[in-house]
Design a protein around this ligand. Structure first.
Ligand code: AMP
Length: 415
């Protein structure tokens, strides 16, 4: 299990990599890789191979070539599909071949700090053999460090909309040299009420640029936004019904509301195959309370949600990633962008109100072909939510026997 380092507390500093030369036979192997066939530069292919990627995922297959050609892209794809590499790799490559200057040439907007930090980490990984600087900025922390980082002349800026606008209004960010723009998780961005900020940012960008929009779903609000900002885009859709089926074994346990917590404790205490789990609640308050209750029952748990300070979130995520905390109790928003390699279990302590969130939640496990288990508790008041989810994913989730919640292992095939 590869556990990535926790996100830095404040900012990802630009770092100039040390590039090791390759032997001729290594170069040949890179040239033969399916990533090279998509037109990717050897140095980026090398980073992918070093990450253990063997083949492009479907979204990468669909997006990389047109994105290298600087086409606009409208992609319906959720986290877990490999979309980040789909837009980061072509941007890196186009930046290598474009003229150099100390100006921001690519902007990636993300709805949450976690997602922004994670995209920054991916840029670091995929750009390991390139000399391209990036900076990540987000709200909730002081802006001083970010100002300093911006002065170092990054070519790529990853940002959440609010903080970006703040810095733009203070004239600390100049986007006049921008060539590539990505709006990631556009649906969530609009759900979180960022539409006006996003529109203001877009209005300040040069018109002559490439734009790529990624969204897990394309509701009318996203379609309208896309229409106004994309020119003749390549359209790609990676449907949730396919992605939820891959690698994640899903099940539902019917349990009454007043038995729920006991059932969760029982499951976690009895089933030692659950090395670590993300447990989802609907509310921040519920997440705090549940984390405390689990801790009292001897199950190491921490809560992560939007009301926690950035420091507390980074610490919780760090101790989950390094294995010192067994359970992370999260709300939907906080969990967006949390990427823990090798996470085996997702438990829905409460079902989400929006069926799409179910897909996002279980997408925390079984990432990129790994196996994962998703167990959903459903109480008497949540039957309608379950029906909505099953309609959305177009499959029936198998029911677990109440007496044997630990045996959640029968694979789910497509209906
Ligand atoms: P994303 O959807 O961009 O959040 O990526 C989901 C996960 O898939 C991340 O952990 C990536 O490291 C991983 N990943 C991306 N592309 C590939 C690939 N071609 N092969 C294997 N894993 C990948």
């Amino acid at each position: 299990v590869r556990v990535p380092a926790p996100a830095p507390a404040r900012i990802i500093e630009p770092r100039v990599p040390v590039v090791q030369p390759l032997t001729e036979s290594q170069r040949e192997a890179l040239r033969a890789s399916p990533f090279a066939a998509l037109g990717l530069d050897e140095r980026i292919v090398r980073a992918f191979v070093e990450e253990g990627y063997e083949e492009p995922t479907p979204i990468q297959r669909a997006v990389i070539e047109p994105a290298l050609d600087e086409r606009d892209v409208l992609a319906c794809a959720q986290t877990g599909t490999g979309k980040t590499a789909g837009f980061v790799a072509p941007i890196l490559q186009n930046l290598i071949s474009e003229e150099r200057g100390r100006e921001i040439r690519a902007l990636i907007l993300a709805p949450t700090r976690e997602l922004a930090a994670q995209i920054g980490e991916r840029i670091q990984v995929y750009g390991a053999h390139l000399r391209i600087r990036h900076v990540v900025i987000y709200g909730g922390v002081g802006q001083h460090q970010q100002e300093i980082a911006l002065r170092s002349g990054p070519e790529i800026l990853v940002a959440t909309p609010g903080r970006l606008l703040d810095l733009m209004n203070q004239r600390l960010v100049d986007l006049s040299g921008l060539r590539h723009f990505v709006l990631d998780e556009a649906d969530r961005m609009l759900d979180m009420g960022f539409i006006h900020d996003v529109r203001r940012v877009i209005a300040a960008l040069p018109r002559d640029r490439q734009t790529m929009l990624f969204s897990a779903t394309i509701p009318p609000s996203v379609a309208t936004l896309a229409q106004g900002m994309l020119f003749d885009p390549v359209r790609v859709s990676i449907t949730p019904a396919v992605t939820t089926a891959v690698g994640v074994t899903q099940s539902v346990l019917f349990v009454s509301r007043d038995r729920k917590r006991a059932a969760l404790e029982e499951l976690l205490l009895r089933d030692r195959s659950i090395a670590q789990a993300i447990v989802f609640t609907r509310t921040k308050h519920g997440a705090n309370r549940l984390a405390e209750q689990l801790s009292r029952a001897g199950i190491g748990a921490l809560a992560i949600h939007g009301n926690k300070s950035q420091g507390a979130r980074v610490r919780a995520l760090g101790s989950f990633r390094d294995g010192s905390t067994r359970v992370l109790v999260a709300t939907d928003l906080a969990a967006r962008g949390i990427d823990v390699d090798g996470l085996s279990h997702v438990i829905n302590y409460e079902l989400p109100n929006v069926p799409e969130s179910y897909v996002h939640r279980i997408g925390r496990t079984g990432r990129a072909g790994a196996d994962g288990i998703a167990i959903s508790f459903c109480d008497e008041g949540e039957r309608d939510l379950l029906a909505d989810i099953e309609r959305f994913i177009r499959r029936r989730i198998p029911r677990l026997e109440p007496s044997a919640p630990a045996r959640a292992t029968s694979p789910v095939g497509p209906r």
